[in-house]
Design a protein. Sequence first.
Length: 376
Amino acid sequence: MKLNKTLLATITATVFLHGCSNVEVAPLGTELVIPGEEKVIKDISDLLTNKLDEQYKGEKFLRDTHPKANACLHGTFKVQSDIAPEFQHGVFQPGAEHPVWMRLSNAVEEVTSDYAKDFRGLAMKLTKVDGDRVSMSERPYGPNYERVLLPHGDEKHTQDFLFLGHDAFFAAGPDDFFDFFSSSFLSFALTHPRGVYNIIKGEARRVNPLNISWNSVTGYALGGKNEKGVYQNVVRYALENCGTNYGDKPEKNNPDYMEQNIAKQLESGTACLDFYIQRQVNAEDMPVENALVPWDQKESPFIKIARIDIPSQTFTSEAQKEFCENISFNPWHSLEEHRPLGGINRARRIVMKDISDERLKANNVERFEPTGEERF
């Protein structure tokens, strides 16, 4: 995605003159469903599934975004033994361990060279998770939107976390998300300057994905609600490297160098990532309904919750790559105590499920739930 200097200057000036967004602020510990949101989400789903059908007609269907994986890794999610009692909800039990699968990827809609500047993604699935799960069959939008809210029925013991290699998203909510995919980039840039500013800031050339500072960019409940119907905690998640990773510089003439750097490292070595939460302490500055806004670490510092240990392994076999291609990630593969919040997450519940269904059906793949013990 290349912008000329004049357009870039215009976008930057507009961002700082007019702020981030006019999205209504949800009170602390709550979320707001915008009237008409159900129609927008349905339009997003229809648009992206149709786009997927056209893009891969007659070919193997890849993901609509993040089609290129840099690595598919197994590891262990180990919770700190000394986490504060108010954060001991769901999978965050002191000393608990869960097998985990992680898929690291380039975000752009087509398979490109690792050298290209891009957002990066990390999807993580904890397994062997027990507890009350979020309902995929509830109907928050009324009787006319039942079709896409049928029970998920595919995963009963997992907890998914999604991350981007930046601290903010390119869309505040479902409206912006639809505009991004339904309009030209120039039109989107002129009408959504903060979104494009975030894209420019977030696109980067990386050496090893394990060195990236990862952020969930959307909010999640941590625990239940109090007697006033307000969530005890609302958090974002983050990952930070806690080891020394292989690779010195980007390799312009090697389109797969990031995969090769991780593979080289894990031939005989290990890796690790520290898992953090960032607590919402200010509804205005740390909004749930506006994913364009990064949450200030000075106002609310990261709190370490767990570590992901990645052992020495070989992950480049075709069997393991195919396994990872067929996994479905969705933040709504979740315990109720980690309920996804905000418009982007409400859209993900439906859109990601519909796109996953379309992709797996086209590839003649039956849904399955990973155990965390698979080895190839």
